[in-house]
Design a protein around this ligand. Structure first.
Ligand code: ATP
Ligand code: MG
Length: 421
């Protein structure tokens, strides 16, 4: 006997009871993106491996151990399933000269792939909405991005998210800091774990966001990046903070926040929930002014963020809001010689009028059809029996309210439903 086939570990089917939440989430997010003037872009799920190595950085969790990469023997190409969207989005912007004439506000959505240990809130195929503003240098864009997040959380009915904010300055400033940090880490080497030791020369800033409490303890007196920043970086950050204050968006300064990817500069931020356990970050982003040039494009300032759909949808589901419904307006029950055609024509007529209608399929007694009508969540059962057929009428039976059933001419049903209180 052959074993039954299953989905790949860490890659999930999203079944209808959950997908109603996904649809509602996506509808809200897309309405919100439109309100802020962002345009949709769609990139392939597969890119050259070199793109992610160059954009994300060699010494990062993603590139070191999380990418699904393989060699396409047919074309002799090294390929990777995208672990994130920013690199592809900037690659596309360079390839199609998208910022040649004017800056762009863009968004994308879809699955991302990372070979991580699956657990609640962490999957191998997960989904993001990404927002990228390309060609804007000023701190007002950093503010726009953060403020729009705050507005989305309201739209989604999610509360209790904390904004963690930091600035990591310009690359020369970081280089000076890096030296000072390495010196400090060398003095505390005994308290570091293997990961930290391995990274202290290749990517010492990443040691700062170690999740190991012992390492965090050892870092308590480490030099702080903010002290190494020049005037321009500090001014950018000061304006951002002013704008956030003016908008009433509270933030929590976190000098240890450096983000897991190499391409960031100046502003970095994360939105964190305490309701999701260890997988509490629902959205992360920042400025990445160096990325265009790093990928061979014309230097172009840019900033953006990505949010994790699974984690945000879990928060929606746990927020106490009622499950979004997809119930139809009407369920058509039909029984008797010739009623099938009439049921079908009525269903099409009502749909053409803009109503959501389920036509019963699969036969069965009147009683069993009525049971299905009820279970469908539809507001009305529309009954066509031989009597109704002869009279070109329909019996309308309210399923959700205590009102009497009544007969109605078939041609009037759409109007009747649309005006039912
Ligand atoms: P984490 O620290 O949780 O690994 P990250 O810094 O790797 O997150 P980003 O690359 O910034 O995450 O991606 C943005 C968002 O995408 C995260 O804040 C999170 O909500 C979501 N996300 C990232 N990795 C996963 C995953 N494996 N499964 C589900 N969601 C994820
Ligand atoms: Mg990660």
């Amino acid at each position: 006997m052959s074993q039954s086939l299953q989905a790949i570990r860490g890659m999930n089917d999203i079944l209808p009871t959950d997908s109603v939440w996904w649809l509602s989430f996506e509808q809200t997010v897309q309405r919100w993106l439109k309100r802020y003037g962002y345009q949709n872009i769609r990139m392939p799920l597969v890119e050259q491996t070199a793109l992610f190595r160059r954009a994300i950085g060699e010494v990062t969790d993603i590139v070191e151990k999380e990418m699904y990469s393989w060699k396409d023997e047919l074309n002799q190409e090294e390929l990777t399933l995208r672990p994130e969207g920013t690199a592809s989005c900037v690659r596309a912007a360079i390839e199609h000269s998208l910022t040649y004439e004017a800056p762009r506000r863009l968004w994308y959505a879809g699955p991302m792939y990372r070979h991580e240990r699956p657990q609640k809130g962490r999957y191998r195929q997960f989904h993001q909405y990404g927002v990228e503003s390309l060609g804007f240098a000023g701190p007002e864009m950093d503010a726009e991005l953060i403020i729009m997040c705050a507005s989305l959380w309201k739209d989604l009915g999610i509360s209790g998210l904390r904004l963690e904010l930091n600035t990591i300055g310009a690359s020369e400033e970081r280089a000076r800091y890096r030296q000072a940090l390495i010196t400090y880490l060398e003095q505390h080497i005994d308290a570091l774990d293997a990961d930290a030791k391995r990274r202290m020369y290749t990517n010492p800033l990443r040691v700062l966001d170690s999740k190991n409490p012992q390492v965090q303890q050892a870092l308590s007196a480490a030099p702080v990046l903010m002290d190494f920043l020049g005037e321009a970086s500090l001014a950018h950050f000061a304006t951002l903070k002013e704008l956030l204050n003016a908008a009433g968006v509270a933030f929590h300064l976190n000098p240890r926040l450096v983000r897991g990817l190499d391409y960031y500069n100046l502003t970095v931020f994360e939105w964190v929930s305490d309701a999701l356990g260890a997988q509490g970050t629902v959205c992360g982003g920042g400025r990445y002014d160096g990325l265009f040039a790093q990928l061979g494009g014309k230097p172009t300032p840019a900033a953006g963020f990505a949010m994790g759909c699974e984690r945000l949808i879990t928060l929606m589901q746990e927020s106490g809001q009622s499950m979004p419904t997809q119930a139809a307006s009407a369920y058509i029950v039909w029984l008797g010689e010739g009623t099938g055609v009439q049921a079908m024509l009525l269903a099409e007529q009502l749909r053409a009028a803009g109503l959501d209608v389920i036509q019963h399929a699969g036969g069965g007694s009147f009683k069993s059809q009525m049971k299905k009508a009820d279970a469908s969540g539809a507001r009305f059962a529309l009954i066509i029996g031989e009597d109704e057929l002869k009279a070109a009428e329909v019996t309308i039976k309210p399923l959700r309210e205590a009102a009497p059933q009544q007969r109605c001419a078939q041609a009037e049903v759409a109007h009747w439903i649309q005006h039912a209180g």
